[in-house]
Design a binder for this molecule. Structure first.
Ligand code: SF4
Length: 68
């Protein structure tokens, strides 16, 4: 399952990076950076919660992304 982040929507709240530092980081302007493109094993529920809790809906999961 692929993670995408729309940095134009991110307001730098830091909720995602605080909760899942192995998946999300922030740049010098506090905007989200992805540490992983795919949901790491065992973190799917946590990532789904982070996506739901993002205040600006900047994060999304794409279950239909083609396998590489
Ligand atoms: S939770 Fe949303 S708004 Fe906050 S840093 Fe993460 S992507 Fe940006």
């Amino acid at each position: 399952m692929r993670i995408t982040a729309d940095r134009t929507r991110c307001v730098g709240s830091g909720l995602c990076a605080e909760r899942l530092p192995d998946v999300f980081d922030q740049d010098d302007d506090a905007l989200v950076l992805l540490c992983a493109d795919e949901v790491p094993a065992g973190l799917r529920q946590d990532v789904e919660e982070a996506v739901q809790r993002c205040p600006t809906e900047a994060l999304s999961l794409d279950a239909d992304a083609p396998e590489h």
